[in-house]
Design a binder for this molecule. Structure first.
Ligand code: 5RP
Length: 254
């Protein structure tokens, strides 16, 4: 695919890549039959909202955000906003589709997310979505497993008072190589505080070779630690992932 002709070239190949992936993902997946559309978080979903806003059918949908950032994006684009707690949840999948970014995607569509600290709301919305579609630039596509390209570790959202205890458990019971309390909160000082009032631990485990261990079980064991709110491991949730490249082409896996 080439960048749609109505777009002005951005000059930056990375932005071109993000935009190309987002446009293709919207064009291939959006349907007039849909009602609820989830909007993920991060810099790539900006182009999802940009593309949706260009389509007349976008006025038919109700948009559900996954962060303060995506809530603002929806409002600033003049689209209809709802919140997940305002929707009548009467089935497993009340949202028709959600578009979201990722920090890394493996060849089986497992993802690391949470680079922007929005992982809890992102996972909640993804879990309620019939179709969970990833949009990313070429850097996010792992040639094999998670942990190959993304070296900052798996983000884990924790209740603030439990961070030190969870850090200790991850190092001693889960053999994590390194656990970092993410910094850069208010005025760039102190820990990052999520939209839910929690902290983020970035946990380095090395490469997650899913052929030799059970990622779902591993994730569940981490979640069982008291004080863990959610992890940035999105296992078997994505239906399709689009990767934009600097030349405007897009590859995908499904
Ligand atoms: C936020 C996320 C983002 O989707 C992820 O970090 C990718 O962001 P970007 O599109 O800016 O690369 O998980 O918590």
């Amino acid at each position: 695919m080439t960048i749609p002709s109505e777009l002005k070239p951005l000059g930056d190949p990375l932005e071109q890549a993000k935009r190309a992936a987002a446009y293709k993902a919207v064009d291939e997946n959006i349907s007039l039959n849909y009602k609820y559309v989830g909007i993920g978080s991060g810099s790539t979903v900006v182009y999802i909202v940009e593309r949706l806003s260009q389509l007349p059918l976008s006025k038919n949908f109700i948009y559900v955000p996954t962060s303060f950032q995506s809530k603002k994006l929806i409002l600033d684009s003049g689209l209809r906003l709802s919140n997940v707690d305002d929707i009548n949840i009467d089935s497993d999948h009340v949202l028709d589709i959600t578009f979201d970014g990722a920090d890394e995607v493996d060849t089986s569509l497992n993802c690391i997310k949470g680079g922007g600290a929005c992982l809890f709301q992102e996972k909640l919305i993804a879990s309620l979505s019939k179709n969970f579609i990833i949009v990313a630039d070429y850097r996010k596509k792992s040639p094999s497993y998670l942990g190959v390209n993304w070296l900052k570790g798996i983000p884990i959202e924790v209740v603030p008072m439990a961070w030190s205890k969870i850090r200790n458990d991850l190092l001693n019971k889960f053999s994590a190589n390194k656990v970092t309390l993410r910094q850069g909160g208010v005025n760039k000082a102190g820990p990052v505080v999520t939209d839910n009032g929690n902290f983020i631990l970035d946990v380095e485990f090395g490469i997650l070779d899913v052929d030799s261990f059970d990622l779902l079980k591993f994730n569940q064991q981490i979640k069982n630690l008291v004080g863990v709110v959610e992890t940035g491991l999105f296992i078997s949730m994505a239906k399709k992932a689009y990767f934009g490249h600097g030349d405007g082409s897009v590859s995908s896996i499904s």
